[in-house]
Design a protein around this ligand. Sequence first.
Ligand code: IMP
Ligand code: MG
Length: 181
Amino acid sequence: MTDLHPDIKRILITEDEIQKRVAELAAEIDRDYQGADLVVLIGILKGAFIFTADISRKMTVPHTVDFMSISSYGDQAVFDGAVRLILDLRKPIADQHVIVVEDIVDTGHTMDYLYQTLQGRHPASLKTCTLFKKERNSLEVPLDYVGFDLPDVWVVGYGLDYADKHRTLPYIAELKKEVYS
Ligand code: IMP
Ligand code: MG
């Protein structure tokens, strides 16, 4: 076992556990969309870039990948109240089967914003997929595919960051409280 970065308290989910769960989610999506002409995966940058790459390569149903970029936090792990659209899709999604692919749902505000925004563009169907979900979501946005439930701590790795750091760790790790609070 290599030494953990000093900001990191412990590993919560190992690389193997993540990869196994991502494969399960891909299989679930393949089953649900069997016979569909095309599915449009919308990865939410930056946090979901690795998850989107992995799940899309495990899916066998015909699909394309597009990206949106959203920001709801500053460099501090504090919600500043606003969800901002930083980068929009390249193509319209009207009459397409769309799945939003997020890294993590905490309060649910980001996914709610995405869901409302995309629903307004009249896709044929719209589902949500998030690899991680914390316990605080009090909104009604439907979460169709969820990888793991997490406690209310700040996690990094597998695309998730703290102030843009630690994204490329292959596992999910809990940050030490004193680093983010
Ligand atoms: P929500 O709007 O409160 O649900 O926050 C969701 C967004 O906050 C995610 O897309 C992440 O970018 C970010 N986020 C929330 N919790 C964490 C975390 O523990 N680590 C890294 N990013 C997080
Ligand atoms: Mg995010």
